[in-house]
Design a protein around this ligand. Sequence first.
Ligand SMILES: CC(C)(COP(=O)(O)OP(=O)(O)OC[C@H]1O[C@@H](n2cnc3c(N)ncnc32)[C@H](O)[C@@H]1OP(=O)(O)O)[C@@H](O)C(=O)NCCC(=O)NCCS
Length: 134
Amino acid sequence: MRTSKNSKMANVMKPSFFVGTDIVDVHRVARLIRNKKFVQRIFNPAEIRYCQNKKNSAQHFAARFAAKEAVWKALGHILNGKGISHSEIAVINNASGKPMVRFSKRLKPYENKISLSLSHTETAAIAVALYHSQ
Ligand SMILES: CC(C)(COP(=O)(O)OP(=O)(O)OC[C@H]1O[C@@H](n2cnc3c(N)ncnc32)[C@H](O)[C@@H]1OP(=O)(O)O)[C@@H](O)C(=O)NCCC(=O)NCCS
């Protein structure tokens, strides 16, 4: 009886949301993206196209860099400290502009459980990722 009560308690206390955030210096990213190899290692072709078509490319690249870090933090309990590469997480925008994540094959089961929000100025880009288990 006691065990059952304890396991019910454990379920009740299990968080169903995990959040991750990151803030990135846009000027630093503006310097980094001069290196083509860096860009290709961190971003996928669709992300590169999206950012390069924008007037302030560095801001959009910086927001995506922040998004990848934020998603990694939000997935921390699943990854258990294991690293993932930036290229396993991509940010795409739907028709209204809302950003969404696309994961590599091994992370696919979590793709629809992540919500993402981005914002950027001339100097800083920020991302917030929310993992919801339901
Ligand atoms: C789309 C909008 C939110 C962008 O805001 P902004 O201050 O110009 O720019 P920010 O840097 O804060 O945000 C830009 C990011 O917003 C995200 N975004 C764009 N459209 C979005 C949408 N429909 N839903 C959610 N996020 C969106 C994108 O990720 C974008 O960055 P990206 O192009 O690099 O992917 C803004 O143009 C807009 O439509 N505002 C109206 C909001 C409104 O009606 N407010 C009423 C408050 S009560």
